[in-house]
Design a protein around this ligand. Structure first.
Ligand SMILES: O=P(O)(O)OC[C@@]1(O)O[C@H](CO)[C@@H](O)[C@@H]1O
Length: 412
C-alpha cells in the first residue's frame, strides 16, 4: 500500500458558492433550491415538512447553514463533527462539496427519513429514479443485446475480448451523463447517443491500459464506487456482467450509498428495483441479462455493500482505514461520476494540467475514474487540449458533453 495518506501536493482552495458567475454559484443558489422544491412537488409530505423544505430552499442563496436535529440516523454524530467548523456560516461561503452533501442529508432530516413513522425510509427522489428507467428502455434493450453478443464472442474465442471491455467502459462513462440532479428523466433522453460519435469527446482515454491491467490476471477483484441509479446503473451492471462472464474478474463489489442523496445516487434497494424492472420486460436478451445478474448475486460473485463514508462530505483521502484496508484487496477501484471525482480531488481548484496521479496517490489499489464533466474541477488534462476546448466549447467543464477515463496505477 502506498505510504501517501494525502495528495502529495499542496492543496489549492476549495470551490465555494460565493464564486460569482461560477457553476458552483449557480448550483448552490439556483439548482439546489429547485431540487428542494421538486421534492415538495413529487411527494405527498405534510404541510410542516413542505414548509421546512421551502425554508431550506429559500435560505440557500444568502442564508446560513441550519443545524441538524437528532433524527437517529446512524451518521448523526459524525455530522455533528463535520458541521463544527462551518457552524453559523452561509451556504455560499462553505466548501461546495460540504454544502451539497449536507443539503441532501438535511432533506432527509426534514422529511423524517430516519425516524420511526409514516415517512421512515421514503426515498424523496424515487419518482425521478423510476422515470429515469422507463425513459431509457430502448437503450437498455440494445445494450443487453450487445453484451450477450460480446459474451458469446469471448466464449467462442476462449479469452475475454479487450475491445468489448473498452466499449463497455465507454457505455459506463456516457451512462454518467444521465444524472438526475442535472437533468430530469424526461428533459432530454440522454441515454440515446451513439458511442462512436462520443469518442471525440473523451479528453483522457486510458481504456486500453485498463484492458491490459485486467488481462494480467484471471482472479481480479474489481470494486465499483457507484454513482447514479437508472440508465447509468444499468450500464455499470452490463460492464460488471461482462467482466464476470468473460473472465476479466472473478468477483465484483458495488459500493453503494446507505441513504438517498444527490437525487439519483444508487442504493442497494435501487439495484434490486432495477433488476425487478428489467425482469418485468419480455426481451430475451434482457431476460438472460437478469438471469446472469441474479446468479452473480446469489453466488457471491457480485457483492452489494454500503457505507456511510460514501455519503460523508470528506475527501476520498479521509476515508476510514477499515475501508481503505478493504479496498486494498482490489485489483482495480472504478470510481464513477462527477461528484465522486470531485471527492477524489477534494473539490479544490487544481490547475487542470496537474498530474492526476500526484493528486490521487493515496488510494491503496489501481484506480480508474469514469466521469463526465459536470463541475469546475479537473486534473490530468493537456495544455493544448485546454486551448482547443476554450474555443470549441466554453461550457466544457459543466455541460456533461465531455468525459475522462483516467487510470492511476502506481504499481502498488
Ligand atoms: O456524480 P454525478 O451524478 O455524475 O454528478 C453530480 C454532480 O456533480 O452534478 C451536479 C452538477 O455539477 C453537481 O451538483 C453534483 O455534484
Amino acid at each position: 500500500m502506498n505510504n501517501f495518506q494525502l495528495p502529495n501536493l499542496p492543496l489549492p482552495s476549495p470551490l465555494v458558492g460565493s464564486e460569482i458567475g461560477s457553476f458552483t454559484e449557480f448550483t448552490v443558489t439556483q439548482r439546489m433550491p429547485n431540487i428542494a422544491r421538486r421534492v415538495i412537488k413529487e411527494n405527498k409530505f405534510t404541510t410542516e415538512i413542505n414548509q421546512n423544505l421551502e425554508k431550506l430552499a429559500a435560505e440557500l442563496p444568502n442564508g446560513y447553514l441550519q443545524p441538524l436535529k437528532n433524527d437517529t440516523g446512524a451518521d448523526f454524530h459524525d455530522w455533528e463533527k463535520y458541521l463544527e467548523p462551518y457552524k453559523n456560516q452561509r451556504w455560499v461561503d462553505v466548501p461546495w462539496f460540504f454544502a451539497e452533501t449536507y443539503f441532501y442529508r438535511l432533506i432527509l432530516n426534514i422529511t423524517n427519513y430516519f425516524q420511526h413513522g409514516e415517512w421512515q425510509g421514503v426515498d424523496p427522489f424515487l419518482l425521478q429514479k423510476e422515470q429515469g428507467l422507463e425513459a431509457a428502455i430502448d437503450a437498455i434493450i440494445s445494450l443487453c443485446t450487445q453484451v450477450q453478443q460480446w459474451l458469446n464472442e469471448s466464449k467462442k474465442a476462449g479469452k475475454p475480448s479487450k475491445s468489448s471491455l473498452i466499449a463497455l467502459l465507454y457505455f459506463a462513462l456516457w451512462g454518467n451523463r444521465v444524472d438526475l440532479s442535472l437533468w430530469s428523466a424526461f428533459e432530454d433522453n440522454r441515454s440515446n447517443f451513439d458511442i462512436q460519435t462520443q469518442l471525440n469527446n473523451i479528453l483522457v482515454d486510458d481504456s486500453f491500459a485498463v484492458s491490459k491491467l485486467l488481462a494480467k490476471s484471471e482472479n481480479n477483484r474489481i470494486d465499483f464506487v457507484v454513482d447514479n441509479a437508472g440508465f447509468e446503473l444499468i450500464c455499470d451492471l452490463c460492464l460488471v456482467d461482462f467482466l464476470l462472464g468473460s473472465g476479466f474478474a472473478n468477483q465484483v463489489y458495488l459500493h453503494l450509498k446507505p441513504h438517498p442523496t444527490f437525487v439519483s445516487d444508487a442504493m442497494i434497494k435501487d439495484v434490486y428495483a432495477t433488476k425487478d424492472f428489467l425482469a418485468a420486460g419480455s426481451h430475451p436478451d434482457v431476460k438472460s441479462f437478469v438471469q446472469r445478474l441474479s446468479k452473480n448475486l446469489d453466488s457471491g460473485k457480485l457483492i452489494l455493500t454500503e457505507d456511510y463514508c460514501w455519503t460523508s462530505p470528506l475527501p476520498f483521502w479521509q476515508i476510514p482505514q477499515s475501508l481503505k484496508d478493504e479496498l486494498a484487496k482490489s485489483n482495480l477501484i472504478v470510481v464513477k461520476g462527477d461528484a465522486n471525482y470531485r471527492r477524489l480531488l477534494g473539490d479544490v481548484y487544481w490547475d487542470y494540467t496537474t498530474n492526476f496521479a500526484d493528486i490521487v496517490a493515496y488510494l491503496p489499489a489501481p484506480m480508474l475514474a469514469l466521469r463526465t464533466l459536470k463541475s469546475e474541477v479537473a486534473a490530468g488534462l493537456k495544455a493544448e487540449v485546454l486551448e482547443e476546448l476554450a474555443i470549441l466549447d466554453p461550457q466544457w467543464l459543466t455541460n456533461g458533453q465531455w468525459g475522462v477515463i483516467q487510470l492511476v496505477d502506481l504499481g502498488i
